[in-house]
Design a binder for this molecule. Sequence first.
Ligand code: B1M
Length: 208
Amino acid sequence: MSKIEEVKAKVEIGKTKLIPGLVQEALDEGSSAADILQAMVDSMSVVGEKFSSGEIFVPEMLIAAKAMAKGVDVLRPLLAGDTSASLGTCIIGTVAGDLHDIGKNLVSMMIESAGFTMVDLGVDVPAERFVEAAKENENVTLIACSGLLTTTMPALKEAVQTIKASGLDVKVIVGGAPVTPEYAAEIGADGFAPDAGSAAVKAKELVA
Ligand code: B1M
């Protein structure tokens, strides 16, 4: 088994302590950071499928997520790129009721690498908190809201509508597995992106 396959297999079963070393060995073996990241994203899809079929439960999902986060820590310096440009501050968070943060953290890392200063509000962020944070911080040009559950899509809508109603001069980008471009447009977001890489491209476009 190649090291990258081993990373994928061990993330799936949540072998947190082994992951940083294995990720480093996969890099040493010549795998790119992007390919290793993709392998870990694929692991999470397998984990999601196993959860759906009742083969595993929430604790197993959680340890797999922790393992992936450890792997991302090793890749971060390689994925982050040039952060010298200044496109203002971006407030980012996962919306109220939603505790998923791996995707949001990847999106944050990529938007930062596009030239934004990031303020990460974490998970389970109430709509008003996005507005408060935009007022508390200097030169906020963008707010990024992530939602992973179909049940928290209404919270995404509330966040966008609260930000828009505040009169702040900021763009709002939304995303997350259940979010479609149509839904993003319907709730009044300025932008949508399906993944972290395209979120960075869209973020730049929105504030240009
Ligand atoms: Co949960 N979970 N989970 N979970 N979980 C999903 C999302 C699920 C699809 C699993 C499944 O059933 N197959 C399902 C949702 C079903 C649905 O809503 N339709 C689900 C469920 C049901 C739940 C609970 C309700 C389970 C329960 O308690 N019975 C519960 C809810 C808790 C809550 O949030 N209130 C729950 C809990 C958890 C854990 C806490 C255990 C853990 C999260 C830990 C953590 O994040 N720190 C967890 C995990 C790990 C998952 C899966 C397995 C993996 C998620 C992940 O990290 N993916 C997930 C199954 C899956 O995704 N296939 C699942 C990898 C990550 C890189 O992808 O987050 O999609 P993703 O991010 C992508 C894009 O979506 C996009 O870019 C990212 C990178 O490319 N993106 C954006 C994300 N945000 C963006 C923002 C943007 C733009 C793009 O602009 C701002």
